[in-house]
Ligand binder design. Structure first.
Ligand SMILES: NC(=O)c1ccc[n+]([C@@H]2O[C@H](COP(=O)([O-])OP(=O)(O)OC[C@H]3O[C@@H](n4cnc5c(N)ncnc54)[C@H](OP(=O)(O)O)[C@@H]3O)[C@@H](O)[C@H]2O)c1
Length: 306
């Protein structure tokens, strides 16, 4: 199928919301490609805005909540997004991710990242096999050891699967600053392609050692909790987005300012904000375009959220 026809099909899927207001002209997303970064291990490029699925994709496939998620996925793909992060422990989210990607006939254009959270080799392998089924694919792009559970055993399995060509990259994750030292210790001991951790305008601990280490040692980073699960929006509730955000940084929302704050660190490969709303998806995608803050502007963003 031609890419234009595919694009139009995606837009049709997105329904009245996008039909009433051509989102690509409003956001300028279609004209310019999204900012992207390379995976140091391979040189493969990834668009900086990815998609998380924890909680937001944990729905009943037969429920009315599926349609907005279809639109989230269609907007993500049409807007140039690629990396989708899920996990077996996100309950139905992994299978919903697989179904939405299959429904959009988009397996070849997305990068599927999931996790293993088991103890012991056999349990890990069973969980990984279930992920292949849930994601409806015979090749998973990235599997990460979730929250450093049984790291050494699971990484050994992931290396075997990588050697067999069933997965393309391996990694480790956590979501708490209190685990950053443990993550760093693993990175120093075990060769991995990716590491995922939390970093945001409200939680800047990763700047101390993790981000510099990844930059210096060629490890791709996925950044979770860029909105601290949505809590950071409370800090700016009722406050207008400052004029300098659009004038200097092409940012028209608090969400875009938060994502640009994170993406401005060159050691960041992909951010993975989660959403169940198509309009938030578009907002998040827009952060992958336009200017990024320098050190002084990042400080102003920090102060705006203080
Ligand atoms: N240990 C791990 O490996 C680990 C741990 C945590 C997270 N993660 C990954 O990282 C992803 C992101 O973390 P997270 O889900 O905890 O939180 P998050 O991305 O920081 O925040 C998600 C919340 O922000 C809201 N939101 C998203 N875009 C918005 C926008 N443009 N404007 C206003 N609100 C917006 C969403 O609201 P709606 O729900 O209303 O759309 C959602 O409730 C997860 O989904 C998961 O894939 C991994």
């Amino acid at each position: 199928m031609s890419s234009r026809r595919h694009f139009m099909q995606q837009c049709a899927l997105m329904g009245a919301f996008f039909a009433s207001s051509p989102w690509w002209s409003r956001y300028g997303l279609a004209e310019a490609g999204m900012l992207n970064r390379s995976i140091p291990a391979s040189g493969e490029r990834l668009p900086v805005i990815g998609l998380g699925t924890s909680r937001t994709f944990d729905i009943d496939q037969a429920s009315a909540e599926l349609q907005p998620l279809r639109e989230v996925m269609a907007a993500f793909i049409a807007g140039g997004g690629k990396l989708i992060d899920t996990a077996p422990s996100y309950r139905r989210s992994e299978a919903i991710s697989g179904a939405l990607v299959a429904g959009a006939k988009a397996r070849e254009s997305v990068f599927l990242a999931t996790k293993v959270s088991s103890t012991g080799r056999e349990a890990g392998l069973r969980q990984i096999e279930a992920s292949f089924k849930a994601l409806q694919t015979d090749r998973i792009d990235l599997i990460q050891v979730h929250n450093l559970q049984d790291t050494q055993t699971q990484l050994a399995t992931l290396r075997e699967l990588k050697a067999q060509g069933r997965i393309r990259y391996i990694g480790v994750t956590h979501y708490l600053e209190s685990a950053h030292d443990d993550l760093l210790a693993v990175l120093k001991r075990e060769p991995v392609d990716f590491v995922q951790f939390n970093y945001s305008v409200g939680a800047r601990g990763a700047e101390k050692a993790l981000l510099p280490y990844c930059r210096d040692h060629g490890i791709a980073t996925l950044i979770n909790r860029t909105y601290q699960a949505g809590e950071l929006f409370d800090r700016v509730k009722g406050k207008p987005v400052p004029e300098w955000a659009s004038a200097e940084l092409d940012a028209t929302s608090w969400a875009q300012l938060m994502l640009k704050f994170v993406v401005a660190d060159p050691a960041v490969t992909v951010v993975i904000p989660a959403t169940s709303k198509p309009r938030y998806m578009l907002d998040n995608l827009a952060a992958g375009h336009g200017r990024l803050p320098d050190a002084g502007q990042r400080q102003r963003i920090v102060e705006a959220f203080a």
